[in-house]
Design a protein around this ligand. Structure first.
Ligand code: C2E
Ligand code: MG
Ligand code: MG
Ligand code: MG
Length: 298
């Protein structure tokens, strides 16, 4: 009986192993496939930029470019489905280059539209992209290629990414800001930057992470964190933008506390170029000439 029990245990073990093995293989196969598809997507121009409005007092003063993947079989895919893998395998570098190039081409195209020429375009930059030794040259090359005004371009880098090698970050940001490019610290509040580091970084804007804005009216801690970030940004003469603004209550709270630059579903979800251009054309049509002057000056 002992022998039989032993035999059964061994077989069960083997079967379990085989089962895990098959599962692992399926996971690996899926990753390999996704990686191949991502390479093809680059060659085949399957990526798209969507645009989400950044708003002051109902006026759209800028947009954030957010990548989407128009997959030939699976339709429009969101960044979370493919950006993490691209960051692991390095494909984020050429993908990021495509994003920057497309964003600058778009800034150029908007220069000849009176309704669009004032827009600031914010672009997300991932750590591996930013860490490239020639990142500064790459960005300045694209700006020169399209002959755009550099201050139309704003680069968003997350707080934790900026802190990873702060001296390198300072150097690159300084060089690009000398050209006129602007910088925003994305997902602010979720990383571990000390105030000393924050002071050292020559950035233009703090972007309050959506997770704090979400419960601003229900959670005392979040409310205090948001109030503190706004007060600190204002004291340090940094622009501050709140992301993930979904309700009028959140909007009112933010304005009351000194943050009037907002991004979130309340004002618009990320949208295609055509939808954005339509929205801007319509919203400008019923604005008086004086408010258009305000937009241009911002
Ligand atoms: P992020 O840069 O923090 O972008 C903001 C995300 O919050 C976007 O998600 C946006 O759709 C979402 N969002 C904005 N307002 C609201 C709101 O009111 N409610 C809710 N629930 N969500 C809101 P998305 O487009 O899925 O992008 C997710 C992340 O993927 C981005 O976070 C960014 O880290 C990354 N990503 C997107 N595009 C690019 C890109 O071109 N390059 C790189 N490296 N990363 C990108
Ligand atoms: Mg962002
Ligand atoms: Mg963010
Ligand atoms: Mg985020």
């Amino acid at each position: 009986h002992a022998d039989i029990a032993m035999y059964e245990a061994k077989t069960a073990g083997r079967n379990t192993l085989r089962f895990y093995d098959q599962q692992m293989q399926a996971v690996i196969a899926a990753r390999v496939l996704l990686e191949q598809e991502l390479r093809l997507a680059l060659i085949d121009n399957q990526f798209r930029l969507y645009y989400q409005p950044q708003v002051i007092d109902r006026l759209i003063i800028g947009v954030e470019a957010l990548i989407r993947w128009q997959h030939p079989q699976h339709g429009l895919r969101q960044p979370l489905d493919f950006i993490p893998l691209a960051e692991e395998n390095g494909l984020i570098v050429p993908i990021g280059q495509w994003v920057l190039d497309s964003a600058c081409a778009q800034i150029k195209a908007w220069e000849s539209h009176p309704q669009m020429e004032h827009l600031q375009l914010a672009v997300n930059v991932s750590l591996r992209q930013f860490r490239q030794a020639d990142f500064v040259e790459r960005v300045s090359c694209i700006i020169q290629h399209y002959a755009i005004r550099p201050h139309r371009l704003k680069l968003e880098i997350t707080e934790s990414q900026l802190m990873e090698n702060i001296d390198d970050a300072i150097e690159k940001i300084r060089a690009l800001r000398e050209l006129g490019v602007r910088f925003s610290m994305d997902d602010f509040g979720t990383g571990y930057s000390s105030l000393a580091n924050l002071k050292k970084l020559p950035i233009d804007q703090l972007k309050i992470d959506r997770s704090f804005v979400k419960d601003i009216l229900r959670n005392d801690d979040d409310r205090i964190i948001v109030q503190t970030i706004i007060a600190m940004a204002n004291k340090m003469h940094l622009e501050v933008i709140a992301e993930g603004v979904e309700t009028e209550h959140q909007r009112d709270f933010l304005i009351l506390n000194g943050c009037n630059l907002h991004q979130g579903y309340l004002y618009g979800k990320p949208m295609s170029l055509a939808t954005l251009e339509q929205l801007l054309t319509e919203s400008i049509d019923d604005k008086s000439p004086s408010s258009q002057i305000t937009i241009t000056e911002l």
